[in-house]
Structure formats: structure tokens, C-alpha cells
Design a protein around this ligand. Structure first.
Ligand SMILES: Cc1cc2nc3c(=O)[nH]c(=O)nc-3n(C[C@H](O)[C@H](O)[C@H](O)COP(=O)(O)O)c2cc1C
Length: 408
């Protein structure tokens, strides 16, 4: 057991890579097109410095916070992610881990476990929906999540269907049948990925490729790719559609995928409780700046009207503290917990949350702050000139990722 413990999120990634079949691992690390945004999401944090104190430090900072009406023990939530075929317990393991660590779980509508089971595993579950199908379909899925006890709805709006990935898009099969097993056998056998299969064998199941929470009209759960196809064929909603969905839901409501100030203001007008400054972990339009660059302008513009969260590129507790000091109430993590899940199931996700908690704690202590709300951007951080982007704020715009020379 002790051997399964890892010291950093990067170590979890290494173990996930070792354990997962190549195509499954690639689906976890994927970014769109050239991967500019994917890299910038992570690397931008290293451009920001700290100005720590050395005496009179805080003993035990209080990390608790409140997001969408939920009391959380730390300002880190699990962001909704589909494709949790990294472990047989998938979303249930991740949801339980979040519950054990006192935080919320975002269940993707493209997840592999029914919302009823996930809410039972973590009562602080937010259900995430893309805009797929008719308004009736949207309302039906939201209603099911509500009846199951989901305590918030996340509507994800940031998706540009970018294809042509330089790293090669993952070959996710549409079904697990004999043909698929024969096709993927070499990467499992020659790649030495027996432990991955062993986990599934222990649970007496195969990787799940249907999406139970996308079912509507009493039909059987669609396969991942059928649901994906339906999504591709659904036009993006208008802000009045978003407002309509919020009214249907009638509870805490997050708009995920905001990068611009004008969109943040529109989300406020649509009645959002929270927004997440997000570019889908670099899986949206490549060339969109890192979320940490666009967060401050959004937080400054609407932070007093809506809860502002950020997701994208969080790999360390110090990244979390930088985002909090730049104006986020909390952050959501994606790949970090998926790697933990792949590396060691539920304890692996707990391991990731524990690492982040202790790193957030030590960073706050060094900054002599008793809680995230005490952070002061200009006093605690060293932010280089030109780092932030006021997208859609109507002044001083810098569109795109800044050009940095190799090794700079
Ligand atoms: C494999 C994978 C699947 C994802 N699936 C979804 C999804 O179904 N719904 C959603 O809103 N976001 C999805 N996301 C985006 C995450 O919620 C989040 O925005 C992103 O992972 C944050 O960046 P990070 O991975 O660098 O932490 C997915 C991300 C990954 C890596």
C-alpha cells in the first residue's frame, strides 16, 4: 500500500502512463491541435513568483470555503471529466475520494456511472451537462439529476470542435467487442499493461463505453460516440437558452468555459451562481491563453456578483494559491485527479487531494496568510508585466498566447 503512495502529481502522471494502455493514456493528456493552450495552462504558473515571509508565520491556515451553497474543506473541487475508463470504479471512486476529503465532485454527463450512484457516493455532487439535443432533452437530464440529489448544475459551454491534433487523436473504440479486444490486445500485451486489465477482471467488468446520464425518453443509455454525435449536431445555445436552463434547474448553477469579461457579464445576466474560467484544459480553441492569465480581469469585473472559479493546469498546491490570489474562490482539477485515479484508484485521488491540501497549507503559511481570503495579489505574488489578458474587456486586449522564446 505504502508503495502506491506518490509524492507529487507528476509522479501520479508517470504511474498512470506506465499502467494505462497507450490509447487510454493519450485521451487523458490530450490537448487540441498544437497543444499551445494545454502547455500555456501549466507553464504560465511558473511565470508567477511569491514574496514569502520568514517569521511570525501562520500555524494552521483555514482552507475551508463555500462554493455553490456547499461547505467544502478545501478550495479544490473535482472537475467533471468523461472518459473515466482509467479504472473500473471510475466516477464512483473519484466521488468517494472527494467526499472523504470534504469536497465536491463534478459528474460529467459523459461519465460512465449513473448519477444516482454517484450522488450516493458523494452528496456534494454537481451534475455537468453539455448542450445536447432539444430543450426537452436538456430539461429531462437536469430533472433526473435533481431527483437523484445533485446539488448543483454545471453547464459547459466551451467547446470548439477542433480536429487535426498534432499528437494524434486517441482511438477510443465505439464498443468493447471481440474485434476491439483483438485490435487493442498488442498495446496491452506488448505494453505490459496487465495491471490495468487485472483491475477490470477483479471487478468482473470491461471498460464502460455507454453514458447512462445521457439517456432520454425512456431509451437505453447511448454509447459514448452516439451521444458525442448528438452533441456535435446540436447548435450552441444562446444566452437566453442558458437563462432558460437555469430557471428549469432552479438551484445553484455554474457556467463553465468562460475566458472573456463580456461572457462573464453575460453569464451573470443569465443568472449564474458561479462561473469557471476554463478553456477545457486546453481542449478548446488552441491559442486561447492560459486560464490564469484571463482570470484576474474576469474576477475584477464580476467577482462581487458571482462565484469565480478557475480550472486548467493545476498540478500543485502553489498553483492553487496563485489562482486564489489572482481572484478565484476555488479551483477545479481535471487531469491531476484522473492520473491519481489511474495510478491507484480511490486512494490515488485522495493522495492527490492530500498533496494539494498540504502544499496549499505550506504556501499560505509562507505568505503569512490565515486563509485564502486573506491573500493579496500585489503583496503575495510577483506577476510579470503583460502577464494578464483582459479578453473582452474592451481595452488593452492581447489576443492569443504570448510568444515566448524557447527556454525563456
Ligand atoms: C479526459 C478529459 C475529459 C474531460 N471531460 C469533460 C467533460 O465531460 N465535461 C466537462 O465539462 N469538462 C471535461 N473536461 C475538462 C475538465 O473539466 C477541466 O476543464 C480540465 O481538465 C481542466 O484542466 P486540467 O486537466 O489541466 O486540470 C475533460 C478533461 C479531460 C482531460
Amino acid at each position: 500500500m505504502a508503495n502506491d503512495w506518490f509524492e507529487t502529481v507528476h509522479e501520479a502522471r508517470r504511474r498512470a502512463k506506465r499502467r494505462l494502455p497507450r490509447s487510454v493514456f493519450l485521451a487523458l493528456v490530450a490537448g487540441a491541435q498544437q497543444g499551445l493552450t494545454l502547455r500555456d495552462n501549466v507553464e504560465a504558473y511558473s511565470e508567477i513568483g511569491f514574496s514569502p515571509h520568514v517569521v511570525d508565520l501562520e500555524d494552521e491556515p483555514d482552507l475551508s470555503t463555500r462554493v455553490m451553497g456547499q461547505d467544502l474543506s478545501m478550495p479544490v473541487l473535482l472537475s467533471p471529466t468523461g472518459v473515466q475508463a482509467v479504472h473500473p470504479e471510475g466516477e464512483l471512486a473519484a466521488a468517494r475520494a472527494a467526499a472523504n476529503r470534504g469536497t465536491a465532485f463534478g459528474l460529467s454527463s459523459f461519465g460512465s456511472k449513473p448519477v444516482e450512484e454517484v450522488v450516493a457516493a458523494n452528496p456534494q455532487t454537481f451534475f455537468q451537462s453539455y448542450w445536447v439535443g432539444s430543450k426537452e432533452d436538456m430539461a429531462e437530464r437536469a430533472q433526473r439529476a435533481k431527483e437523484a440529489g445533485a446539488v448543483g448544475l454545471i453547464v459547459t459551454l466551451d467547446w470548439v470542435f477542433s480536429d487535426g491534433r498534432d499528437w494524434g487523436s486517441p482511438q477510443i473504440p465505439s464498443d468493447i467487442d471481440l474485434r476491439t479486444m483483438i485490435k487493442h490486445a498488442p498495446e496491452v500485451v506488448f505494453g505490459g499493461k496487465f495491471r490495468y486489465l487485472w483491475e477490470y477482471a477483479k471487478h468482473g467488468q470491461l471498460p464502460e463505453l455507454s453514458v447512462p446520464n445521457m439517456a432520454v425518453g425512456g431509451q437505453a443509455p447511448p454509447k459514448f460516440f452516439d451521444a458525442y454525435g448528438a452533441w456535435m449536431n446540436t447548435p450552441q445555445p444562446s444566452w437566453s437558452d442558458v437563462s432558460w436552463l437555469r430557471e428549469q434547474w432552479g438551484g445553484p448553477f455554474m457556467v463553465k468555459g468562460i475566458t472573456r469579461v463580456d461572457d462573464a457579464k453575460a453569464a451573470v445576466d443569465a443568472g449564474a451562481t458561479a462561473i469557471s474560467v476554463s478553456n477545457h484544459g486546453g481542449n478548446n480553441l488552441d491559442g486561447t491563453p492560459a486560464t490564469i492569465r484571463t482570470l484576474p480581469a474576469v474576477a475584477d469585473a464580476v467577482g462581487d456578483q458571482v462565484e469565480v472559479l478557475l480550472d486548467g493546469g493545476i498540478r500543485r498546491g502553489s498553483d492553487v494559491v496563485k489562482a486564489l490570489a489572482m481572484g478565484a474562490r476555488a479551483v477545479m482539477i481535471g487531469r491531476a485527479y484522473l492520473w491519481g485515479l489511474a495510478a491507484n484508484g480511490q486512494p490515488g485521488v485522495e493522495n492527490v487531494l492530500d498533496l494539494l491540501r498540504s502544499e496549499i497549507t505550506s504556501t499560505l503559511m509562507g505568505l503569512r496568510r490565515g486563509s485564502p481570503s486573506e491573500l493579496v495579489r500585489d503583496d503575495d505574488l510577483i506577476v510579470p508585466p503583460g502577464f494578464t489578458h483582459d479578453l473582452g474587456a474592451g481595452y488593452g486586449n492581447h489576443i492569443g498566447v504570448p510568444v515566448r522564446s524557447e527556454g525563456a
